[in-house]
Design a protein around this ligand. Structure first.
Ligand code: TRP
Ligand code: ZN
Length: 869
């Protein structure tokens, strides 16, 4: 039956599986047009078994061929477009029985990039979350865990390499130029961790010895011409393996660990057991083609997927509502890894600032918008829409708060207990919390509210210094606005690190635990009025409501010993002034100058301290956003910094050079970042004077960081030479798709210069460019997303032309790739926050998309929720 109401899945409706599988055998004959999939499933009663219940398998876009049970053709079954229901099971399903199914799928026609698909002539799979059902009929849910043995067959000339999870059992030559390989994964796993890769690929290899003395084979598979770009990913993998042994006592459990890169991929990467599949963007790097940011991202994504081997694969999720159990925890682990790789305390702070900036730019808006959901959602229509910054980044903040509350050792005890209890199981977020609580003898029941309630809590800070009694009173009051389906919130358990800063510097850092709606603390023996430094290192993911004086903020910006809060004070000062349409005053300029000249500060920190909050973060501080006004105010503020400090920028540009061969380490990267900030500031201050220096840097650069930064400075400031350099860049890197993505993205994210905005015209032209392909997600992200999400001043046109472009793009993309279309659809989430005429025009664009009769469930959920249905 077809209804107009979208189907919702609810967390509380979870039922354990009626049947489960023990052994799964797959025999897959790969062909781009018709791939034949034979499965042999050993079925047994599951935890929710009911005598006589039919076996209901799910399948999508499959051609059914045949069904046998215990070796006999079986005729009692019913097929729908999404299910295969098998009745008349032997002995009412009480004993083990085998099901054999033959079906066919069409990888070449699969543009959704979920299930089995073809990219550049090679075969790949993506099964998380529900892609396995596009390969064969199955119990495609994470709490059904089975052992897999997989035989892959293909024409050897087309697919010399055949890979799947686990260990290679053997290969065979077959008639007519075919061959086969058989793989066995010794660890039971859910179907979403299944993977196969086949095609013309080559690998680099390393053998390493892990803590128990076992030898392990590491491989990175890519198209042959990309082999020279794999070294950094391999080094990152090796570092990740050592780090997980050292920090968490977790060892690689397979004899072989493979990473494969693919150019068409919906997300960043995927942690399939022993066979991670990556977007090329997060594997391939050479100094000439990848920026420092790319190098750092590769390191963290490689680590992330590797860390999933324990947090996600060995212990997996009971159902998809528990996604943050693996994602929040694994993001926390990769963030800690990357921080440790920075090599210094101030380096750690830089990493922390970057992570918090991302959280506040992307997750805070999500948490305040129509798609807001708790890190453990209660309801979804399409699970693909819940791979969100809330589940990932806020999920990581929640895990971080355990560590803040329990200490590093206490956290480790909790992790040890979690693995001791749940290795090999599919579990819930409650199980994780229980392990943390039990291992530390702590009552964490109130902490559960972080899992069940959406929205960013607000903490109001009231301070009072009593000079007579030498006391400081601090009152903290928490609240959290309504979220969809959650009008009222209970108080959260909020860990706030704080310190009272006085000239004597005698107050130590403390941890306050705010658990009630409002609490007051009194500090005794405070000899002079202190400056309050609170939520140090961003110990809790909250918004502070704190009217701290500009004088106090300047004090903190000039010298808070917590580098995060030092940076934060600078951001707050800038934000206040921009929102009030003020320019930086003499004191702030002086403070900026001091930061820039301070020999004890890392260049990377200086770069962050002088980088202003992005426009979309500023929007969140307003009740009615005028995007053009905010753009103009921010731009004027930045230009003032550029001009007032022109001498300092010019000096830094020279001092921050990194002579000698390119090194991607954090210190060199920090110098380049500051040097390139200086360059862009100089062009901002006076484009005619400084453009030749940027052109020179563009020409002589031996690495992508410097070449791209120079190009960006020219393009962003409307320099005359920009066009010529863009043309040069395209022809120079025509054979490097990831670099061409940068070329597209730069032009799509160019804001208006001197009131002249041609970007939409350009973006439409780029969409017609022969190198643009709507079915390549990286290209879509670099042209369409870059414009709709990273270029607010050009996107938000009063005539609504930006929104019309958005609507047309979503509608064009949806039939090709619903998952990527739904991400793009999120760009209008915050429409209610905008002033007129923007708000009405955004609503009209959303309605245009919603009116389409053939929308995917993915896009339908996003626009439906945005419009408030
Ligand atoms: N589990 C993957 C990760 O976080 C995410 C992922 C990769 C994914 N590809 C996907 C999720 C496709 C949904 C669909 O590492
Ligand atoms: Zn992940």
């Amino acid at each position: 039956m077809k209804t107009d109401l979208p189907q919702s899945f609810r967390r509380l409706e979870y039922r354990p599986p009626i049947y489960t599988f023990d052994q799964v055998e797959l025999d897959i004959a790969l062909d781009p047009v018709r791939t034949i999939v034979k499965s042999r499933l050993e079925v047994l009663p599951g935890q929710g078994f009911e005598v006589g219940a039919p076996l209901v398998l799910v399948g999508q876009e499959l051609e059914f061929i045949s069904l046998r049970i215990n070796g006999q053709a079986h005729r009692q079954f019913e097929l729908t477009p999404e299910t295969l229901t098998i009745q008349g099971l032997p002995n009412d399903g009480k004993d083990v029985f085998t099901v054999e199914i033959i079906c066919v799928c069409a990888p070449e026609k699969n543009t959704s990039l979920m299930g089995l698909y073809v990219s550049n002539g090679n075969f790949f799979t993506q099964c998380e979350a529900e892609g396995f059902r596009k390969i064969t009929y199955f119990l495609d849910r994470p709490d059904v865990m089975a052992r897999y043995r997989v035989t892959l067959r293909a024409r050897e000339s087309e697919c010399p390499v055949l890979l799947s999870n686990g260990n290679l059992l053997g290969t065979e030559q077959l008639p007519h130029g075919w061959h086969s390989a058989t793989w066995e994964d010794p660890f039971p796993k859910p179907s979403y961790l299944f993977a196969l890769v086949a095609g013309k690929l080559e690998c680099i290899e390393e053998t390493i010895t892990t803590s128990s003395g076992a030898k392990k084979l590491l491989q990175i598979w890519v198209e042959p011409h990309d082999l020279p770009k794999t070294r950094h990913a391999m080094d990152s993998l090796i570092a990740s393996i050592h780090w997980d042994e050292k920090r968490f006592g977790l060892e690689l459990d397979l004899e072989r660990f493979m990473i494969v890169a693919v150019g068409d991929f919906n997300m960043g990467a995927m942690e399939n057991k022993g066979l991670n599949i990556f977007n090329t963007k997060f594997v391939l790097a050479q100094p000439e083609t990848a920026t420092d940011a790319d190098f750092a991202n590769i390191e963290s994504v490689v680590a992330h997927e590797y860390f999933h081997n324990w947090t996600g694969n060995r212990v997996t999720c009971q159902d998809w509502f528990q996604l943050s159990l693996k994602e929040g925890l694994t993001v926390f682990r990769d963030q800690e890894f990357s921080a440790d790789q920075m090599g210094s305390e101030s380096g750690r702070a830089v990493k922390r600032i970057e992570d918090v900036r991302l959280l506040r730019q992307l997750q805070f808006p999500e948490d305040a918008g129509p798609m807001a959901h708790p890190i453990r959602p209660d309801e979804y229509q399409e699970i693909n829409n819940f791979y969100t910054v809330t589940v990932y980044e806020k999920g990581s903040e929640v895990v971080r708060m355990y560590q803040t509350l329990l200490g590093k050792d206490g956290f480790r005890k909790g992790m040890d207990l979690y693995f001791k209890r749940h290795d090999g199981q599919a579990v819930t977020c409650d199980d994780f919390l229980a392990a943390m609580a039990d291992a530390n003898n702590r009552d964490l029941s109130q902490f559960r509210n972080w899992y069940s309630q959406a929205g960013t809590p607000r903490v109001k800070v009231q301070e009072q210094y009593d000079a007579v009694n030498k006391q400081f009173h601090l009152t903290l009051t928490q609240s959290c606005g309504p979220s969809p389906g959650q009008p009222e919130k209970k108080p959260f358990h909020i860990p706030l690190k704080m310190r009272l800063i006085t000239a004597g510097n005698d107050q130590a850092e403390q941890l306050l635990e705010l658990t009630q709606a409002s609490q007051t603390w009194t500090f005794d023996g405070i000899e002079e009025r202190p400056v309050l430094s609170i939520n140090r290192n961003f110990s809790a993911p909250v918004n502070l409501d704190f009217e701290q004086s500009e004088a106090d903020l300047l004090t903190l910006f000039n010298g808070d010993d917590d580098p995060f809060n030092r940076w934060e004070a600078g951001q707050k000062l800038a934000m206040r002034m921009i929102l009030n349409h003020r320019l930086p005053d003499a004191k702030l300029i002086e403070a900026y100058r001091n930061v820039l000249l301070d020999p004890n500060l890392d260049p990377a920190f200086k770069d962050l301290a002088l980088t202003l909050p992005v426009e979309t973060y500023l929007y969140e501080q307003c009740s009615s956003v005028d995007p053009q006004q905010i753009f103009t105010a921010r731009r004027a503020f930045r230009q003032e910094i550029a001009k007032q400090l022109q001498l300092e920028w010019a000096a830094l540009y020279q001092q921050m050079q990194t002579p000698g061969p390119f090194q991607p380490d954090a210190v060199s990267a920090g110098k380049r970042a500051l040097k390139n900030l200086a360059l862009s500031m100089l062009l901002d201050a006076d484009v005619t004077t400084w453009a030749p220096m940027a052109v020179n840097q563009y020409r002589i650069a031996d690495n992508m960081t410097d070449r791209y930064a120079a190009l960006a400075a020219l393009v962003m400031n409307g320099a005359k030479a920009a066009q010529e350099c863009l043309v040069d860049f395209f022809s120079r890197f025509a054979k490097e798709p990831l670099v061409i993505d940068k070329w597209f993205a730069l032009q799509s994210s160019r804001p208006p210069v001197d009131g002249l905005d041609l970007t939409l015209v350009d973006v439409k032209r780029l969409r017609e460019h022969p190198a643009f392909k709507l079915n390549n997600p990286n290209r879509v992200r670099s042209v369409i997303h870059a414009f709709c999400s990273n270029n607010p001043a050009s996107f938000h046109q009063a005539d609504g032309s930006g929104y019309e472009f958005w609507a047309d793009s979503v509608l064009a993309l949806d039939p090709i790739n619903p998952q990527v279309a739904a991400r793009l659809a999120r760009a209008l989430d915050r429409w209610r926050l905008f002033a007129q005429p923007y708000q009405n025009k955004m609503k009209a664009a959303l309605e245009k998309v919603a009116a389409c009769q053939t929308l995917s469930p993915d896009v339908k959920e996003v626009v439906g929720k945005a419009l408030g249905n």
